[in-house]
Write a protein that binds this ligand. Structure first.
Ligand SMILES: [Zn+2]
Length: 508
């Protein structure tokens, strides 16, 4: 007898519908799975058999072939265990005819017959036509976020069979976990002093300008970076869905019963491998940190400690907003559009912002400055030095509108500046094409003269010129001045693009 069960497999962060066909016939007992299964999927045979026996179901002593169609699509992971088990039971006549109509199944089976969670449920369910979908109970609320399907939570294979036979109803929805507490984003009001650093994160948020913070340990670089996502606008439904699917596919715990609505903040360690940063893997192709940071912030602390090979792999996502991951038999494209924020010490001893404090030799400093390649350094529109705050600033009282402005106040200016940029048809000022700068970010006469003199002195390169003009546009937008960019904006933008590593003969 033949039975067909609808299911879905994950490719990158997208689901692909799969038909699981089971054929059971008389003949030499045996069981094979065909149709491009990967190793985990081939092992389904052992898990399905054990789960069925543990659940008190009969394992057919017959000839069984399971085909996963379409055969050209590679099927990964263990999420097809449950549909394979259901297809075999139906083909063996252990389920009433017609009970699988309009239903789809996904889930991994434990040897004890439990139905276990699979990664990427949001993307998996999204790829299915509106049907009833049986999903692992632990991810039922995630599956329900799509809102087009009837979600049937399943915790055991025995329960699934009982519900399909009409002996029992589908299990009740699991109790929602209590809402997470204490996950509020840190507030900019906690940052004392740091006028330049605060301006830098505000400009970075307003124009999506990549930001490099250089300073000694304890200067508050990480503190500033962690406050950047709070300045970004909340995600709209489309981007929230995209971010949630990526995090779901990466197996990152999701907020209970809701999409991710805030821009993510990802901070991979400097010992991270290429796979964890870019994505990939042997069993399942998983998105990496650059994808998980999509529509949010990728924070690279201690930038100089990352291996240059790992940093090189950032080139494609920075240029294209996506990353292509190739493995032996598959190539998958993941979205990777993030705001890059990095932090590093000015020199090996960490104290090198003032020459008197630094204990490093000139040679050591020069070597350190080459840790980060010029092309990568050039990506940062904003490069600022942050020093340890003065005692006065640490003790200073909060002053609204002054140095201790809150995240809410700054986020409001950011939202206004972004709205001005959108009116020009730009997602953000950092992406204004060079050939449109004269049109979208024209300079007033004094501003033009200032840039001309910097270029003539060799203190600004052609590419640096474009970046300075984009930042100057953002500064004017933050001030709600939509006319030509003024000399003050240009001057401030130049101040936000210093070369804090003091590399010689590298005009910024
Ligand atoms: Zn030093």
């Amino acid at each position: 007898m033949l039975a067909t069960v609808a299911s879905v497999t994950l490719i990158g962060v997208d689901g692909r519908p799969i038909a699981v066909e089971a054929h059971v016939s008389n003949g030499l007992p045996g069981f094979s799975v065909v149709g491009l299964p990967d190793a985990a999927c081939r092992e389904a045979r052992d898990r399905v058999r054990a789960a069925m026996l543990s659940s008190g179901l009969r394992w057919p002593q017959r000839r069984m072939i399971v085909n996963l169609a379409p055969s050209g699509v590679r099927k990964g992971g263990a999420g097809l265990d449950l549909p394979i088990a259901v297809a075999i039971l139906a083909a063996d006549g252990q389920l009433p005819p017609g009970c699988l109509d309009g239903m789809a199944f996904l889930g991994e089976l434990g040897l004890d017959g439990s139905v276990r969670r699979v990664a990427g449920v949001l993307a998996l369910v999204d790829a299915l036509a509106p049907t009833a979908v049986v999903v692992p109970a632990s991810v039922a609320s995630e599956a329900a976020l799509i809102g087009r399907h009837r979600i049937c939570p399943a915790s055991t294979l025995r329960g699934v069979v009982a519900a399909l036979r009409g002996d029992e109803g589908w299990p009740l929805w699991p109790q929602a976990p209590p809402p997470a507490v204490g996950l509020a984003e840190p507030d900019l009001a906690d940052v004392r002093g740091q006028a330049l650093g605060r301006l830098a994160v505000e400009v970075s948020a307003a124009g999506s300008h990549h930001l490099l913070l250089v300073g000694p340990p304890g200067a508050g670089k990480t503190m500033l970076a962690r406050r950047l996502p709070g300045l970004l606008p909340p995600l709209d439904t489309e981007t929230a869905l995209e971010v949630t699917r990526i995090h779901s596919a990466a197996g990152i715990p999701l907020p209970p019963e809701t999409l991710i609505r805030r821009p993510p903040f990802r901070a991979p360690h400097h010992s991270s491998s290429t796979v964890s940063l870019i994505g990939g893997g042997t069993v399942l192709m998983r998105p990496g940190e650059v994808s998980c940071a999509t529509h949010g912030v990728l924070f690279l602390d201690e930038l100089g400690e990352f291996s240059s090979d790992v940093l090189d792999t950032l080139r494609q996502p920075l240029e294209e907003g996506r990353v292509l991951v190739c493995r032996a038999r598959a190539a998958v494209t993941f979205p990777a559009r993030f705001l890059m924020v990095a932090a590093m010490n000015p020199c090996p001893c960490g104290e090198g912002t003032g020459p008197s404090d630094c204990r490093c030799s000139d040679a050591a400093r020069a070597r350190y400055a080459t840790r980060v390649s010029s092309p990568l350094l050039d990506r940062f529109d904003l490069r600022v030095t942050v020093n340890r705050p003065e005692v006065q600033a640490l003790l200073g009282a909060a002053d609204p509108g002054g140095p201790n402005e809150s995240t809410a106040a700054v986020a409001h200016r950011v939202a206004v500046a972004r709205a001005i940029s959108h009116q020009r048809g730009m997602a953000a000022n950092a992406s204004i094409p060079a050939e449109r700068l004269d049109d979208l970010a024209p300079l007033d006469r004094a501003g033009r003269r200032l840039l001309e003199s910097r270029l003539r002195e060799g203190r600004l390169s052609a590419r640096g010129l474009h970046r300075v003009r984009r930042v100057a546009r953002t500064l004017a937008d933050l001030d709600e001045r939509t006319g030509p960019v003024e000399a003050d904006d240009v001057y401030a933008a130049l101040g936000l693009r210093a070369d804090p590593l003091a590399r010689e003969a590298v005009p910024s």
